[in-house]
Design a binder for this molecule. Sequence first.
Ligand code: C2O
Ligand code: CU
Length: 546
Amino acid sequence: ARIRYYKFEIKYEYKSPDCYKKLAITINGRTPGPTILAQQNDTVIVEVKNGLLTENTAIHWHGIRQIGTPWFDGTEGVTQCPILPGDTFKYQFVVDRPGTYLYHAHYGMQREEGLYGAIRVSLPDGQSEPFAYDYDRSIILNDWYHKSAYEQATGLASVPFQWVGEPDSLLIQGKGRFNCSTPGIASSLCNATNPECSPYFMTVVPGKTYRLRVSSLTALSALSFQIEGHNMTVVEADGHYVEPFVVQNLFIYSGETYSVLVKTDQNPSRNYWMTTNVVSREPKTPLGLGIFNYYPNHPRRSPATTPPPGPVWNDTEPRFEQSVAIKAHKDHIHTPPRMPHRTIVMLNTQNLVNEYYRWSVNNVSFNLPHTPYLIALKKNLTHVFSQVSPPTGYNYSSYDIYTVPENTNATISDAVYRLQFNTTVDIILQNAISMNNKTSETHPWHLHGHDFWVLGYGKGKFDMYNDQKNFNLENPIMKNTVAVHPYGWTALRFVADNPGAWLFHCHIESHFFMGMGVVFEEGIERVGKLPSSIMGCGETKGFHKP
Ligand code: C2O
Ligand code: CU
């Protein structure tokens, strides 16, 4: 195994990824930032210089379990103090599994300002994947707002509440296209001929098989992705091999990564559209467009065809079906423990807490404490966060998930779930109606520090007795991010075998900001000596030695 050394300089710069000029956070001058390339079991070192003049930061390595290094998970408020302006922070961790992963800011709503990128971990030399391909390519899908994250956060945390609204554009690998002739848009801010917003193109050679790694880091949107005229075979999800299945379009939620195989077997005399569109919410954002460029056609030659519009936004059924179709590859099944030691049901609701709009789990809305959990737990600083146990369920018999909740007893809390080390934990995510739009939203839940088995999905209220009997214990896929569909439930199982404090949250930036998350603690007594570089804030001020 080798050491992979990266230097990241984080800055604000004016960028026009969709032709509209706004401040974006760049890494070494770019957004998305550089792709981290490594082989399984390599050590990755990233030296992050916070060159934001007046803003803290922290970077999370999404999908990397951080076994033995829980302090380098990069989750501000959970595993570390923020990196102050002008400071440099060194992350060092082992990438112990091959696959497609991500990195992104984990401070406030900073991710959506552009601080993100991909991590690609390949197999050690001489080993091969359970599928064949000629070339390996990756793209990150994202949505993009012209309003700053500060403005959005302020609106979300105000009375009266101000919703962030739908994104202005969709980006494929950091490129999109906003209509500069939209009324009210100053021509000094939006220039349709700016080369920064010329569409993303991927040049391919006819007659080959491409492994295309597609991931999403949207702030809000659930997406569908497709390549005009080409089928895609899904072979990897969140770093785990999938029993291959073919789709025409891929549904993808924020925080998920997939590999699909694409054969360049269409008429090679033309280019094809790559498109992404919003699903699950009524779209007000135009299609994201890229060009699938058959060599040697000109990469900027737009196809003469109309871009495929993608599936309709409000048809839940195909999204549900894709979720259910994802199973572990038959030669790569990790069998889950047969029984959990405990089950935690998590009712997801939107409700008012002291007149503020919040998202809650079992009527508790999450708030980060001022002292990071990992340090507080390890050093037994019991006064810095609530020591009560958060609720492990909701009132199943009387709660109606189809009625807008009163939930008058909802509270804001920073309490954590303490898990017995090495026990098996089941989580049932239960969706419900939200307050404003009288619909039920899709929530992609992401777990730090672990992969979990996806044991099942269902519609309506999860029934502890009957639904549990139908869990897939034969070939469940392992993932780190999974969707909970409208008015549905999703069941996960994981083993609490990674000492540390780990966030589990909705990957929608505004939902987590509004409290949609929880923290798990396990095996804190087994955590090694904390580096002093993660300290310096809250009650840990004296602990920081520069
Ligand atoms: Cu990719 Cu806690 O997030
Ligand atoms: Cu959510």
